[in-house]
Design a protein around this ligand. Structure first.
Ligand code: 3SL
Length: 232
């Protein structure tokens, strides 16, 4: 039987052998929610960068550049890190290069896996169906916040584990922990996540609309995948 595991922070990824796993990268607020919404709404591709200057240089190659640092749009960039930016008409059919504080870092650290896919509440059932069909070991990698654990990514991990656990074995207790948190909080996800450290951090940016949207389940039937360095 294949296994499912949860890595609660990119700083813990060295403890896992990703080479025999499909990695589901998750940054609910807001990077992977943006990627899901954008690719489902007609963005041609999204190329993730850890480094801001490398991302910025893609402008000269005709990309729209997107990014945030500490939640705020990077000055001079075309898009910030709101899912609504990614669903705008002006982004349809375009290639986007993106850098974010945590989400693109988590993608970078997963590159040696069998496949990197993007998970969010917006596409959770599609992701569950996809990983069930792959018949590979699965690692859910939470982007967290600057190496630390966060609530929203951990709850997503629990929600995904809850949907697939019947078909997988587990070797650590992280999937059980995440699932138990999700089952306790699932009836009031928004209420719980409004109190999370990152939601409080984002409050000063007045993006409650983004938070509500990012917690909506199954808006899109897409599974973004990293192919040759770009998400499609
Ligand atoms: O860290 C990230 O990758 C971002 O998603 C953070 S924020 O929601 O834009 O603040």
């Amino acid at each position: 039987m294949k296994t499912v595991d949860v890595c609660l922070s990119p700083d813990l990824i060295h403890l896992y052998d990703v080479t025999d796993k499909v990695v589901v990268v998750v940054d609910i607020l807001r990077a992977t929610s943006c990627m899901t919404a954008g690719l489902a709404s007609g963005v041609k591709s999204i190329t993730p960068f850890e480094n801001l200057e490398q991302c910025q240089r893609m402008k000269t190659e005709g990309y729209l550049i997107a990014g945030e640092r500490n939640g705020e749009k990077v000055e001079g960039f075309d898009l910030g890190n709101s899912p609504f930016d990614y669903m705008d008409e002006k982004v349809k059919g375009k290639k986007v290069a993106v850098t974010t504080t945590n989400g693109t870092v988590a993608i970078e650290k997963s590159r040696r896996s069998i496949e990197v896919i993007i998970g969010s509440f917006l596409n959770i059932s599609s992701v569950a169906r996809y990983v069930l069909a792959q018949k590979q070991n699965v690692l859910i990698l939470c982007a967290g916040w600057k190496g630390k654990v966060n609530l929203e990514d951990s709850l997503f991990a629990g929600a995904l584990v809850d949907r697939i656990i019947d078909q997988f074995d587990y070797e650590t207790d992280a999937p059980l922990l995440a699932r138990s948190g999700y089952l306790q909080m699932k009836d009031d996800l928004l209420g719980q996540i409004k109190n999370s450290s990152h939601a409080r951090r984002l409050n000063r940016l007045n993006v409650i609309k983004d938070i509500e949207y990012c917690l909506t389940e199954d808006v899109f039937d897409v599974v973004p995948k990293l192919k040759d360095g770009e998400l499609v």
